[in-house]
Design a protein. Structure first.
Length: 277
């Protein structure tokens, strides 16, 4: 477990006797990224000094389940809340056993609900299938002006299947041709078609190939990217995105901690139109 940023004490002594905050929170991410940083910043801003928060990065996966279990077990008595973004591609029985060992009044799950986590616990989640379907439906006039909707995914993304189901639902409902691609090649780039792209790497690859083929983004081809990041505001004149509201996710999580509620709250999902569509 690697410490990235802390607003309380080091891992070895998480309770600060001089701290005025009564609550101690351990926020666990599987890795750091732009949108996770935004979740963290907004969580901290909403907490506003009313709790001590430690942020740790831990690769929660099938290869280090024993270490994850050891860390949780050692820190169980030190923290009042464990706020966990699991984000593992496959959550196995050992990981679930560790999560289920956390008293439910101390547990808050971020981003994705899991039916195998027992009891009443707090959760701020995305509904990946419904979110993308509703976003595409609300932007129907922009989407259906293209002759096809191409969904470009990385199979390793745990939420790909749920999003794919929402995309196919929208396409079939609107008689729109759609294709699913898991790798990028020149022959998949076609004029007057729209590309919904999940990964940053695939986004960069498609933009480079469009540039090589002298295709104008937003005119010859449409680009719709998943998850907002600051660079997308300026990249290629502005990339249209569909995204959960990461800041609101952090704020809502903080409010659940501060109020001691065990609610499951669906996070808002946004369609941000820019020049690429």
């Amino acid at each position: 477990m690697k410490i990235i940023k802390s607003v309380s004490n080091p891992l070895t002594n998480p309770r600060n006797k001089n701290s005025k905050a009564e609550l101690k929170v351990l926020l666990i991410f599987n890795k750091l990224s732009d949108f996770r940083s935004e979740i963290y910043d907004c969580f901290l801003s909403q907490i506003d000094g009313r709790a001590d928060v430690d942020l740790y990065i831990h690769q929660i996966n099938n290869h280090n389940t024993s270490h994850f279990a050891e860390v949780i077990r050692e820190k169980l008595s030190f923290y009042d809340y464990f706020v966990i973004m699991l984000h593992a591609t496959h959550i196995n029985e050992d990981i679930l056993k560790t999560v289920n060992s956390i008293p439910k009044e101390k547990l808050l799950i971020l981003d994705k609900r899991n039916e195998f986590i027992r009891g009443e616990y707090a959760c701020v989640y995305q509904d990946f299938e419904a979110d993308i379907y509703e976003a595409l439906s609300n932007a129907k006039s922009l989407i259906t002006k293209y002759t096809a909707l191409n969904f470009v995914i990385q199979e390793s993304y745990f939420y790909s299947i749920s999003i794919m189901e929402g995309v196919s639902h929208f396409a079939l409902e609107n008689n729109l041709k759609y294709n699913i691609y898991t790798e990028i090649e020149d022959n998949i780039i076609r004029t007057n078609e729209l590309y919904l792209i999940l990964s940053e790497r695939f986004l960069a690859d498609i933009l480079k190939r469009c540039n090589t083929q002298n295709l104008k983004i937003g005119k010859d081809v449409g680009i719709l990217s998943y998850n907002e990041t600051p660079i997308k505001e300026v990249l290629s004149g502005g990339i249209t995105v569909v995204t959960t509201d990461h800041c609101q996710l952090g704020r809502t999580a903080a409010e659940l901690v501060l109020n001691g509620k065990k609610e499951h709250i669906r996070n808002p999902f946004l369609f941000i139109q820019r020049n690429s569509l």
